[in-house]
Design a protein around this ligand. Structure first.
Ligand SMILES: [Zn+2]
Length: 148
């Protein structure tokens, strides 16, 4: 299908219809441009890790793409070519966290659990999210969820 903004061909799954004009379908690249152009703040947390080799192995096993920065003390973590969070080697890992809003927390939970990674039970929470937590080897907690 064709993006209504840039005109490039994309898989249907990577196009999103506008809320009030569903015939208008926009690709992720154009959505990213629009978010930036609208002045929205874009935040990328940095999770502290003690050992980058261990961290890269863990996050690649969890299905992310990890791009190490030259020098090795920093890495960019992305999913489906979109930045999600960064990793930084620190002398102390204090158990930071990040919340990942995903369209299919059930699918993520099944995949991560299937790889033997430490995940909590998936549950509908009273604060209106269906979510679970993945804990990395350094105590960082990634919560995956979506609105109920
Ligand atoms: Zn586009």
């Amino acid at each position: 299908m064709k993006c209504s903004c840039c005109g490039e061909q994309h898989d249907e799954s990577s196009l999103t219809a506008l809320r009030c004009h569903p015939a208008v379908q926009v690709c992720r690249g154009c959505i990213d441009w629009l978010v930036e152009a609208s002045g929205s703040m874009d935040v990328t947390p940095t999770l502290p890790v003690l050992d980058m080799d261990v961290a890269v192995e863990f996050y690649e096993a969890a299905g992310f793409e990890v791009h190490r920065y030259e020098g090795g003390g920093f890495a960019f973590v992305s999913f489906d070519e979109r930045s999600v969070f960064d990793l930084g080697v620190e002398p102390v890992a204090a158990g930071a966290g990040a919340y990942l809003v995903v369209p299919d927390p059930d699918g993520w939970h099944d995949r991560l659990e299937g790889k033997g990674l430490l995940v909590s039970d998936l549950a509908d929470q009273e604060w209106g999210m269906r979510e679970f937590t993945l804990t990395d080897p350094f105590g960082n907690r990634l919560r995956f969820g979506r609105s109920l």
